[in-house]
Design a protein around this ligand. Structure first.
Ligand code: PEP
Ligand code: MN
Length: 340
């Protein structure tokens, strides 16, 4: 349920609604938009509540939200979410390129990659220090040591860092190094972790699980938002289908579909979305043309020697080619008004 306030409603009116909701064991999340203030009602609502709220001063109308996700919906917030990560703007028509190795392997590897990413026009450095691996015998990351290498690369290049956090126990420590906390596909429905990153106050990127519908994904986003963290973006990274040639099937329709359903920025990850380095650039371009707010791409100085995801990692030369082509597609499509 959503309470839409009159244009000239007063702070006392909003306060009175909050108190009314509290008395009934509910919570109100306020969104002060450019045109109107909306209060999203969270909790178990009941049919009579609509009439109760519509009688309160300053209320224009109360509309039921038909979808199970609320705070992440366009109905609740018509304006697209935008926020800053250091010097970089996420959403709001800006385009962000996050790139770096799948795993942090050594100080040299991260530093060399950070320089190449910056040189090619990337704006955020990625690198995994805690790696979710299908097999426990695969390389599982350098942990805090890896985060230190990322921090050094940030000091030198100025690129903010995005890195995955897999465990609630690590959120505080990872937050000391990272500018954006990444929630991986395998943890998209780790609800205690979502609560914790929601409380951290750090920007978060929530990757789609390989078996999640848009509704599952946006409900997961709801955990972060309802914990009070609005600095959230989504990342489409491919889903599991019957096709086996590609690692996953990249869902290009997710870009315009999510933009229609939600105000959250959407990033495309064509590396995990395809699993093959030679498919990464074409699929990245398709995602850009489909309206993605940014890309996350795996880049490695020597993909053949990578400790994880070498087959889908671009070398520096191919990454430079990707950024050049991405900018061309952006330019060709940016004047076109977005879909209704
Ligand atoms: C990654 O970004 O390296 C990663 C593990 O991604 P995903 O969670 O999408 O598989
Ligand atoms: Mn990877």
């Amino acid at each position: 349920m959503m309470v839409i306030m009159q244009v000239n409603s007063r702070d006392e009116d909003i306060q009175a609604i909050q108190e009314h909701l509290h008395k009934r064991g509910l919570e109100g999340q306020i969104n002060r938009g450019v045109e109107r203030t909306v209060i999203g009602v969270l909790g178990n609502t009941y049919p009579e509540l609509r009439d109760e709220l519509e009688l309160l001063p300053g209320v224009r109308e109360v509309v039921p939200i038909s979808r199970p996700y609320k705070l992440s919906s366009r109905e609740f917030q018509p304006e697209s979410t935008t926020f800053k990560v250091g010097p970089v703007t996420i959403g709001g028509g800006e385009f962000v390129i996050m790139a770096g190795p799948c795993s942090v392997e050594s100080e040299q590897q991260v530093m060399d990659t950070a320089r190449a990413v910056k040189e090619a026009g990337g704006n955020i450095l990625r690198g995994g220090a805690f790696k979710p691996r299908s097999s426990p015998y695969s390389f599982r990351g350098l942990g805090e040591e890896g985060l230190k290498y990322l921090a050094n690369a940030k000091d030198e290049t100025g690129l903010p860092i995005i890195t995955e956090v897999m465990d609630t126990r690590d959120v505080e420590m990872v937050s000391r190094y990272a500018d954006i906390l990444q929630i991986g596909a395998r943890n998209m429905q780790n609800f205690t972790l979502l609560d914790e990153v929601g409380r951290s106050g750090k920007p978060v990127m929530l990757k789609r699980s390989f078996a999640a519908t848009y509704e599952d994904w946006l409900l997961a986003a709801e955990y972060v938002l309802s914990a009070g963290n609005k600095q959230l973006m989504l990342c489409e990274r491919g889903i599991r289908t019957f096709e086996t040639y590609t690692r996953n099937t990249m869902d290009i329709a997710a870009m315009p579909a999510i933009k229609r359903l939600s105000h959250l920025p959407i990033i495309a990850d064509p590396s995990h979305g395809t699993g093959k380095w030679y498919l990464v650039t074409p699929v990245a371009l398709a995602a850009v043309a489909a309206g993605a707010d940014g890309l996350q791409v795996e880049v490695h100085p020597n993909p053949d020697m990578a400790l994880s995801d070498g087959a889908q990692s671009l070398n520096f030369e191919n990454f430079k080619r990707l950024t050049t082509l991405v900018m061309a597609v952006r330019k060709a499509t940016e004047q076109v008004p977005s879909a209704p």
